[in-house]
Design a protein around this ligand. Structure first.
Ligand SMILES: [Mg+2]
Ligand SMILES: [Zn+2]
Length: 438
């Protein structure tokens, strides 16, 4: 594997806080240049060949990193004659990586820490031209989004501004790709080209196999003074490192109906979705903490024949939008479309099964545990029914009942929660506060 770093950026918006005319990748953060974090990450992950695409401020970058020996790897430079855009710079350098099997592309202004083997495994799992690391963010409205199918194949790119009459998944291109070198044969040289705006949309329209790799890991660009300060704080607190999925993660599993949004008995249309006061704020608080926010919800509406899984996906897109408007997002959503009781006229038979995912079974939590490397003992479930509490007991996570929704009065299971709070906001406040004391 070869790494290709896009380091031609000028960083105009960072000028006010940076000395001299440093190019953006050379801006020091918590004591060293952004680019140095990337180089050290690569060396640590045994990526020994690096190409740095330089333009503005090339001299500063070359003299600092040299041939890479000092950092334990080999660096070559590709100097673009004029700003060519992200994909244009990549195409321009193609001679340098033609023989590589895969190329790890990094935007030179991001601070990140990821479980690289995990990303590579995903990339190699089916014959892909490229894999893009994607994540939800706290400002989806103001981001270029993408849509994926249930297998995470990218089906559409939605640059901002977004069409107003539709809802979209909160999934954002994070600036880390694994690409096959032959992708350059599909790009025309000698012109300005952007991956997100020109190349990927055209490849997706053409049916090419581009996949999204969803990750809850820390990947943030240092594009503005405000973000610079946030990222610096996160580096110093160790958050960047802790979010790496090679480390055990803590999660708060959230029931959906009656906890995040109001219980309406069989919600299956986006219009029925209404947030409970303070719940977006609570999810945002989780996003800012070390806990992952993961929804686990029984949606027997599918088995009952009220709607399809597509409709459930629409409801979840809407949930992403209304949370996103308040700066909050969910790291994952797991739902069970099944129900065990057969014999109703309108039922959808194929979903009327005894499954392993319907709460109080633990299938959804175990899947999330696998996907996010979760430390269950130090995680929580928050729900409004005894089924949620039973699930938590079965999965060995701490249980919190909230008094919204069914308020635990469903009477289905005989169990006791570890804690009881008025609502999600108070429950999360308790979890985070408790955490801060540690
Ligand atoms: Mg509920
Ligand atoms: Zn199920």
């Amino acid at each position: 594997m070869i790494a290709f770093i896009l380091a031609g950026g000028e960083g105009t918006r960072l000028k006010e806080i940076t000395p001299g005319n440093l190019p953006k990748p050379m801006v020091p953060i918590a004591g060293k240049p952004i680019l140095q974090y990337q180089i050290e990450f690569l060396a640590k992950n045994n990526v020994h060949e690096v190409i740095i695409s330089v333009g503005y401020g090339a001299k500063a970058i070359k003299s600092y990193f040299g041939d890479g020996t000092k950092f334990g790897l080999a660096i070559k430079y590709s100097e673009e004659p004029e700003p060519l855009g992200t994909a244009g710079a990549f195409k321009y350098a193609e001679k340098l990586f033609r023989d590589a099997r895969d190329i790890l592309v990094l935007y030179g202004d991001i601070i990140f820490d990821i479980d690289l083997p995990r990303l590579i495994n995903s990339h190699n799992s089916c014959n892909r031209l490229g894999t893009l690391l994607v994540h939800p963010n706290d400002h989806p409205d103001d981001s270029d989004l993408l849509e994926v199918d249930s297998a995470n194949k990218i089906i559409k790119l939605i640059p901002k501004p977004h069409p107003v009459d539709q809802v979209f998944q909160n999934l954002v291109n994070a600036g880390i790709y694994v690409l096959k070198p032959e992708i350059t044969s599909l790009m025309e040289g000698g012109q300005k080209l952007d991956f997100g705006k020109d190349v990927f949309p055209a490849l997706v329209d053409d049916g090419k196999n581009l996949h999204a790799y969803r990750s809850s890991e820390y990947v943030k660009d240092v594009g503005s003074p405000q973000r610079y300060q946030e990222v610096e704080k996160d580096i110093l607190k160790g958050k960047v490192y802790r979010r790496n999925l090679a480390n055990k993660q803590r999660a708060v599993f959230l029931d959906r109906d009656g906890v995040i949004n109001k219980e309406v008995n069989y919600l299956y249309k986006p219009e029925q979705l209404e947030l409970i006061d303070g719940s977006a704020e609570a999810v945002k608080k989780l996003n800012d903490s070390d806990y992952l926010a993961i929804v686990v919800t029984n949606q027997s509406v599918v088995a009952r024949g009220l709607c399809s899984e597509k409709d459930v996906a629409q409801v979840h897109k809407k949930l992403g939008v209304v949370l996103g408007e308040r700066g909050a997002f969910l790291d994952g959503i797991y739902y069970c479309p099944h129900h065990p009781d057969r014999g109703f006229e309108e039922e959808n038979k194929e979903y009327k099964i005894e499954c392993q995912c319907r709460k109080p079974k633990t299938g959804m939590l175990l899947q999330a545990q696998h996907d996010f490397n979760i430390d269950m003992k130090n995680s929580f479930i928050i729900g409004d029914t005894t089924a949620d509490i039973m699930t938590g007991i079965h999965a060995d996570v701490k249980t919190i009942l909230v008094k919204t929704g069914h308020a635990g009065k469903d009477g289905k299971f005989d169990c006791r929660p570890d804690f009881i709070f008025e609502n999600l906001k108070e429950a999360v406040h308790f979890i985070i506060e408790d955490d801060e004391k540690l």
